[in-house]
Design a protein around this ligand. Sequence first.
Ligand SMILES: N=CN[C@@H](CCC(=O)O)C(=O)O
Ligand SMILES: [Zn+2]
Length: 401
Amino acid sequence: MSLLITNIAELMTQDAERRVLKDAAVVVEGERISWIGQAADAPAADTVHDAQGRALLPGWVDSHTHLVFAGDRTAEFEARMAGESYSAGGIGVTMNATRAATDAELLELARARRAEALRGGTTYLEAKTGYGLSTEHEAAIARVTSQVADEVTFLGAHLVPKGAEPEAYVDEVVGPMLAAVAPHAQWADVFCERGAFDEAQSRRVLEACAAAGLKLRVHGNQLGPGAGVRLAVELGAASVDHVNYLEDADVLALAQSWDQYDGGRGPRGTVATCLPACDLSTREPLAPARRLLDAGVQVAIASNLNPGTSYTSAMNYCVTTAVLQMGLSVHEAVRAATFGGALALHREVGDDVDGRRAVGSIAVGHRADLHLLNAPSATHLAYRPGMPLTHAVWQAGAQVV
Ligand SMILES: N=CN[C@@H](CCC(=O)O)C(=O)O
Ligand SMILES: [Zn+2]
């Protein structure tokens, strides 16, 4: 079955040439984009969707979520709004609530959140473990996560649980916990921050996970300057996330990591993933996305959905914030939330590579993940902040919204 989406006022492809087409059309065959071009030149298809002058973007690629948890942290949020600062310790509150839930309850909660994200235009999503913090609970959460997320990240090194001795806990993370979770995960992450894991502990976790075949990502430089960015670049992590507190040397290292990049055929560098909703909720300085882009760093924008620092999956809101408060153009912000997220997950290139297609851009051969706005241009995301602009969504060629 083929589908022609026509009468698109603005088609923001986020493809290699960063093309933005006016009066455009897209043809989808099965799960795959098979044609893009001017509406007047479009081939016939089995069915037609008249976009009626709306804007079409790639579906959002949310490359940083903590989708699987129970409970909420309203009281902590209220305290923060009253002037308290965020600390990693709150993770323990969610650990207790999550351990108390059954796997079936966690799956139901996560499925509801995944559906909410999809309704907001998120067609591809990464999710982390990290609220189990024991071998048994991390393995259970990894199994649940693999049923709802497109990419699964092992984050046993999220917090040393209360009562545990840090080095003994790291021994567990790199030993039995890693062995139990690795079959369900593609990625490993560590919260390299004061109050969580120091540089040596983070390095140990990341090296062990890499040796077990997991690709790397890092939570770093969120609450103050630190080793996260440096470690991520040194170990070839796909992404370092938060990046609120950066020294010039961090920005330089991130930029240099992209020196050899040739569009995905050779090695990739380390993406800097900015989490605007989290920055606002924690009242941390916004990540310096403008400075990073100007330095030549590849940037992603993600939701960081979690009950502590960012209880939202609204990527429209993250993009709006990036434009209004972080100094990005609309095109740059949309790129970071689509192509940038895909790059941070090594999914930005490929026409049926290992049975999977590229996501995060609209190009022939890529997965037909499409987001139709109820607006004539993507500019309206920032121009009409907070308005419900998601009109229709296709995921792998199927209309889901
Ligand atoms: N920074 C570490 N982890 C989460 C917060 C987790 C929590 O507080 O529950 C984050 O990305 O912000
Ligand atoms: Zn996070």
